[in-house]
Every structure is written in C-alpha cells, then in structure tokens.
Design a protein around this ligand. Structure first.
Ligand SMILES: O=C(O)CCC(=O)C(=O)O
Ligand SMILES: [Fe+2]
Length: 261
C-alpha cells in the first residue's frame, strides 16, 4: 500500500497526503488543546522552543514509564491503528508505534537537524496538523560519496552538509514516514521561519543561500499549494502540531514499569 507514496531519494521515505480528514483534524486539534498544559515540557536549544508531550513507553533517566495512549490515538480516529495498517511497522518489534511525541510549533519555530537515535526501531511516522511545514533531510559532511546505511548515531560533533538530500512539503493532515538509511544515517529538521517561500518549478530557498527541490510536489493534494510550488509564492505558517509515532525497541516487563499521569 505504501509503495504508491514512495519519494525519490537516497532511501525510503513515504509521503501520505490526507491521512486524516479535515473533520478528524479539527477533532484532534481540539483534543490536543484540551491536554493539560502542565504536562507539556519546554526543551532547550535543540528543539527550538518546541514543547513535546509524550505518550506510550517513555524512557526518562534510565527508567521506563508508561503513559496510557489517549483515545484520540488508539480509538477515534485511531491514528495508531491506521499506521499499523500501512504496514510501515510490519518488521518493528511491536508491529506498531508504542511511543508518540506531540510537538507544537508556533510560526517562526522549527527543529534543528537531528537524528532520532537508536532507542527506536528505525521507522518513524509523523502526522502534521494545523499547518504545513517544509521538512528537510540532511547528511553529514563526508558522507556525500555513499548513500548506504552507516553504523550511525555517532554523529555528535560531525559537520552537517547544509544542503538537504531531500526536502518535502508536509501538508496539514499528511503523514511522512522515514525508514532505512534516512533514519539510521541522516538528520532531519525544519527551518525556523514563519513563511515558506517558493521560487517556482518546485524550488524552495534555504537559509544556506542555496535552494532545494520539493520532492513530493507531484503528490501534494492542495491545489493552491501545488500552484504556489509550481509558479512561486509564499505559504504562511500557522501553529502546527505534529504527532511523531515510533516503536521503542526495548520495553521492560510490566513489573518494572511505572505509570505517570
Ligand atoms: O515535528 C516534526 O515534524 C518532527 C518532529 C521530530 O523530528 C522529532 O520530534 O524528533
Ligand atoms: Fe526527529
């Protein structure tokens, strides 16, 4: 099922537009708005003010906690069931995501290039709600000559090539699924800008001064976004909420598990 959504590039990434309907999106945004603010964390620099909220298996200072999945993830609109149905997590230890992180981005906020790391099975699915974003995948300098998977996650301190290997316009309600070497040996990030510009011919300018082609331009659904991609223009960002779903590989037996509420 996923193969229809495969993006061109050095490894497998899938872009699935309209993963939820506008009504489901409105419902999810309402539910997110209702989650108690004191449960949101403020993280420092790397996440640029993004305030993540976690559900599922959560590792904190070497202790594994379990936070029950809210019904908007596990029942209606059953985001986790729908993700399992894509078969993207078929080979993951629990055949589906057991960990979800909610990020909030105000216009002008982004997330610096980073790797998600080895605690997770190397498949990650992110649902975008409320706004579009331009999502870039980067490689480390020195990796230019090979697109193969690296032993990875020893990336700290290595210089990052500022020109992305793959750039994707994430429409609201879409899911992006990252697998393979894009997960294990690349980084991903969103630039800290309030407006995304397009130069026509599906090109977007980068803060590095270069420009990058939008790899999913052919399967972007929104007619207005398609015409801006093709003819040039701007897309103003709105507050964006993303649900990033992964499978934590090592889950302790229930005896050693603690619950947080
Ligand atoms: O919000 C996004 O789209 C990406 C989030 C992300 O990369 C992360 O939380 O690790
Ligand atoms: Fe990430």
């Amino acid at each position: 099922m996923l193969s229809a959504y495969l993006l061109p590039g050095p490894s497998e990434a899938y872009y699935v537009p309209d993963f939820v309907t506008p009504e489901e999106e409105a419902y999810l945004l309402r539910k997110i708005e209702e989650t108690p603010r004191q449960k949101w964390k403020t993280l420092g620099n790397r996440r640029c003010g993004v305030r993540p909220r976690l559900w599922g298996e959560v590792l904190q200072r070497s202790t594994l906690f379990r936070q029950e999945m809210p019904s908007f993830l596990s029942h209606y609109p059953d985001i986790l069931g729908r993700l399992r149905a894509t078969k993207a997590f078929e080979c993951s230890p629990h055949q589906g995501p057991n960990h979800v992180i909610l990020n909030e981005y105000m216009p002008g906020q982004g997330i610096m290039p980073h790797e998600d790391g080895p605690s997770y099975h190397p498949v990650v699915a992110t649902l975008s709600l409320g706004s579009h974003a331009v999502f870039h995948y980067y490689r480390y300098k020195g990796d230019e000559l090979s697109d193969k998977a690296f032993s990875s996650s020893t990336g700290k301190g290595r210089a990052i090539d500022p020109n992305p290997v793959l750039s994707v316009l994430l429409e609201p309600r879409s899911v992006i699924i990252t697998t393979g070497a894009l997960y294990t040996s690349h980084l991903h990030g969103i630039e800290e800008i309030g407006v995304d510009a397009f130069r026509g011919n599906n090109m977007t300018p980068l803060s590095s001064g270069n420009e990058a082609p939008i790899a999913n331009s052919e399967i972007v659904r929104d007619p207005e976004m398609r015409s801006i991609l093709q003819g040039g223009g701007e897309l103003k960002r709105n507050p964006r909420y993303s649900l990033t779903c992964r499978d934590v590989e090592k889950v302790a037996g229930t005896r050693s598990l603690m619950s947080i509420h």
